[in-house]
Design a protein around this ligand. Structure first.
Ligand SMILES: Nc1nc2c(ncn2[C@@H]2O[C@H](COP(=O)(O)OP(=O)(O)OP(=O)(O)O)[C@@H](O)[C@H]2O)c(=O)[nH]1
Ligand SMILES: [Mg+2]
Length: 343
């Protein structure tokens, strides 16, 4: 599962990538693809780790992808090429310039949000129109065609012609028959307003229909990455920012991908495992090992809250909050699971 970073030229994409992944480049990396796997901060894992004192503690991860852009982009438009490069990402992070300064026009963040959306929409329109033409042709030639696919694509065409991104239509965005097209405007998207150092506010003209957005200060966050802990502390106080701005972006990224965590615990290892929401116990078992799925007997599960309230697993057992669940149990975010299996 990976998130692609997009945005208009000079919006702060590289800056944000570096702040998120805590990787600074001295060469500029302009032309190169950059990819970074980042652990997802999770206080529950910290607490469980304190409880079990394991040899290893493993957090969930998300991956960020920043396509390399050789050459200089002058136009205030996202490069078409850049957009096709994020087609195989599962979600998008849209970095929006909300800072000014030397060499920059005044920021127009809300306009930029629309501009990028329009580019995503145009890219999808091209795909839909081509495909529909193709299917019409096949139909004329008497080839068997999937009527449902035509119907779905026709709906896409209408929405895109109305300039509405497909992510606004959950049924279409999640339609199995459309998966292969990897529509850009259907991907979940988090908008990051990249603010001036002393500006904490959302752009005032931000409409209500932008459900996934946050304010960040990319430049400060990136500088923070390069500092010693002591300097960082002072710096944070001075600029009135919380150390967790990037942590919040990472957590939001995880949610944006529709991912949840369950945990396994023990003296050897406390570990967060990543699954899609609504995953059943049997499939969650497979994430750990195919043998556990094959030999699945039961899942011994307890919620994070129940465990921490009881203080220890033994106590929770006495209180009866440890449950025995079967194959079809829908694993909940924060469940601590012990799979019983037999191979
Ligand atoms: N004041 C301010 N400047 C920023 C911020 N984020 C980035 N910048 C500056 O804006 C310029 C562009 O930032 P980059 O991160 O290179 O932007 P980009 O989107 O990767 O740019 P291209 O790859 O050229 O399209 C750099 O000079 C950054 O230092 C911010 O939050 N505040
Ligand atoms: Mg860049």
């Amino acid at each position: 599962m990976k998130l692609g970073i997009t945005g208009l030229p000079s919006s702060g994409k590289s800056t944000v990538f570096e702040a998120l992944t805590q990787s600074i480049s001295d060469t500029g990396h302009k032309g190169e693809d950059r990819i970074g796997a980042i652990k997802v901060p999770d206080s529950r894992v910290d607490v469980l780790s304190d409880m079990y004192n394991p040899r290893k503690t493993i957090y969930a991860q998300v991956e960020y992808f920043l396509p390399g852009m050789p050459g200089h982009q002058k136009e205030n438009k996202p490069d078409r090429n850049l957009l096709t490069r994020v087609r195989d990402c599962d979600a998008l992070i849209h970095v929006v310039r909300n800072f000014g300064g030397y060499g920059f026009e005044n920021p127009e963040p809300c306009k930029d949000v629309l501009t990028l959306d329009q580019e995503l929409i145009i890219a999808d329109l091209v795909v839909v129109e081509k495909r529909l033409e193709r299917l019409e042709l096949d139909k004329k030639r008497g080839k068997p065609i999937e009527q449902e696919e035509i119907s779905l694509l026709t709906q896409c065409l209408k929405h895109l012609e109305d300039e509405i991104p497909l992510r606004k239509f959950p049924k279409i965005a999640s339609a199995h028959l459309l998966k292969g097209y990897a529509f850009l405007s259907a991907k979940p998207m988090l908008v990051l307003f990249n603010n001036e150092d002393d500006d904490d506010l959302m752009p005032p003209d931000k409409g209500d229909d932008l459900e996934n957005s946050m304010v960040i200060k990319g430049k400060l966050e990136q500088e923070l990455v390069q500092m010693s802990d002591e300097d960082a502390k002072e710096f944070l106080a001075e600029f009135n920012i919380t150390a967790s701005a990037m942590a919040r972006v990472i957590k939001r990224s995880y949610q944006l991908l529709g991912l949840i965590s369950f945990f396994t615990v023990g003296e050897d290892e406390v570990r967060a495992w990543t699954i899609k929401g609504e995953t059943q116990a049997l499939d969650a078992a497979e994430v750990i090992h195919s043998d556990i799925k094959k030999g699945f007997i039961r899942a011994e599960a307890i919620s994070y809250t129940d465990l921490t309230e009881a203080g220890a697993y033994k106590e929770a057992r006495k209180k009866g909050t440890v449950r025995l669940e079967g194959k079809t149990y829908k694993v909940q975010d924060g469940d601590i699971i012990n799979f019983r299996f037999n191979v």
